[in-house]
Design a protein around this ligand. Sequence first.
Ligand SMILES: Cc1ncc(COP(=O)(O)O)c(C=O)c1O
Length: 436
Amino acid sequence: MNLKSLILHRTSKDQIRKGITVLAKGEGIHVTDQEGKRYLDLVSGVTRPVHVGYGRKEIAQAVYDQICQMSYFTPMQFTNLPAIQLAEVLKEIAPEKIGCFTFVCDGSEAVETAIKLARHYHAFKGEPKRYKVISRRGAYHGVTGLALRVLGTVMPMRQIMEPLAPGTIFVESPYCYRCPLHLTYPACGIACARDVERIIEFEDPTQISAFIGEPIQQGFGAYAPPPEYWKIIREVCTKHGILLIIDEVICGFGRTGEWFGVQHFGIQPDIMTMAKGITSGYVPLGGVGCTEEVVKPIDVFQHLHTYGNHPVSCAAALKNIEIMKKENLIQNAKAMGKYFLDGLKTLASHPTVGEVRGTGLWTAIDFTVDKKTRAPFSLDRLTSLVNRAKEKGLIIKLMGPALEFAPSLIIRKEEIDWAIKILDQVITEEEKAMGL
Ligand SMILES: Cc1ncc(COP(=O)(O)O)c(C=O)c1O
């Protein structure tokens, strides 16, 4: 296969020389490459959108029907039935006051849209000076302009585009396993959250528009904050008139065993972003939800994507959500997530397994070369683990210092058992190679 005409995303020339896997088929939680090798996909397409699994003919049919019925029309001053219906369906499953929605093409665009919506809210309320956004070191919110501005990790992605527009304030993340403040939970008093108010005061609260954060964070590998964390952030945002944007691009649509990740923490976001699991990756779609309070002052949202509120993508999302409800996939994510985590915990006696963690079907193993100092694994070691697993027919991914797992929400016990067995083998092989 000649790959000269196709530019791959985040793939080095060296990786291309070594050989790129071309996938030809997907079915359930398995994919098959063009040579006929079958893999169990433990990361739902690696970027983790495929919540309902591969090969769902019902979604294909819904997309086909919508294309035949009404394929496209502008989202400006016109709308369409699937978009209206999707907004209504989301209102039923979203956190209580999130009742207004708009749709774009992916997660980065959802983040752009959310940040712009927050700015509109303040501008229409007579506070146009509020332009700064608080984000967290280790955050991931996408690759486009405003989303890149709040990207707190993956430095090459950020650095190559610098200088970025000013206006982002970075605060520390609640990553207790390797606390950036060198403190220990709970004696720390959640210093990473309490510190935010001091930073807000320094930056001038009247210039701050929003705080953005993933309810459970990707950057260190599926890291859930302490239970008090989001309540403290919510309180400080409310006190200073700052909107709280919860980025549900990964957590949304059952990944963590609730419809949305924020529902684990009992707080009310002002704005919410979503993508990935909204269509299970069958067609591109991102979305933003917000409270009525956010839209109330805004006369016109000065935002327009040609493919905004796209009827075909919205039809796919409606069918995808219908499948999740019909097959109780949120409950399955909770039950199988617990089973998976228990299985991963059996690997904790490996000398390199630092921390095993997870919420629902989003789990991770944080590796270390020294359980006392918690010094992280090198990128090479993690890459080696991923490659060893792939050779054995298991697709996993590395994330920061960890291996991350996010299978489709249809996964069953037998598939989890097999995956744990393979993980045990590859960790043992790697440790042997390290002389352990
Ligand atoms: C939390 C979060 N926000 C935003 C994005 C960007 O989404 P997309 O890749 O669809 O642009 C991602 C992607 O992984 C994400 O994890």
